[in-house]
Design a protein around this ligand. Sequence first.
Ligand code: PAF
Length: 282
Amino acid sequence: MEIICSPGVMAAWADKVRREGRTICLVPTMGFFHAGHLALMRRAGEVADEVVVSLFVNPMQFGVGEDLARYPRAFERDTELAGATGVAVLFAPTPEDVYPEGFRTTVSVSGLTETLCGLSRPGHFDGVTTVVAKLFHMVKPHLAVFGAKDFQQLAVIRKMVADLNWDVNIIGHPIVREKDGLAMSSRNTYLSAAEREKALCLSRSLQLARERVAAGEKDAARLRGEIRQYITSNGDVDVDYVAIVDAETLASCDEISDGSLLALAVKIGRTRLIDNTLLAGA
Ligand code: PAF
């Protein structure tokens, strides 16, 4: 596996691969790889000739008081894991490469970004779309894989690509979970043993919601209330949102129907976790 840090070298590599008629799939990441990341990389290897994984902890998507400084990093280990997963290039630019002195442009998708995670993390999605747009220009992928745990990010990126007529095929990859149901996340590493146990209330509440819907529940407000109550009954947890939305438009649903998605953001101690499930039409 090649490690490339310079955007110019990355673009030249991509140009050569494209000239040779081979396809590139990008997996954008912020590193600290877990089995979820490796599943995205394997998926990328199934759909393209060459897999590029970008590793960049993007300062622009962290708000004031968020965890940029303490975001977990393990470059050597990440390199070994990506190499062993058949990745052709690990692209790891520096913040100065991505945001040189004088950088002034923001890519912003309105409408989808002001709700849900965007409400408690203002500016977050502008940081995501700006860096993903830049990565697309540097890596020139035919396809890109994103995890469905960040369902709002996935919807926002799909919209950006459609609105800008970008010739990149966006692939959403199902959430990868620990054996006990906890959705994999680099931020799980912040959880103490007791917090990790408490964090299971997210995936368990999704399971409860699916059971309710299978038994005929269609009323979104009633289900939201029940799920919120279930989560808060776990003690010291801070619910940011329990939402039932259309998976594509993110519009709030009154009635549960095909494409309705239950999404959660919950703070366990200092760690904000998200999770989601399709309730119908999976
Ligand atoms: O999902 C992430 O890890 C990040 O938001 C992404 C897509 C790599 C952009 O920095």
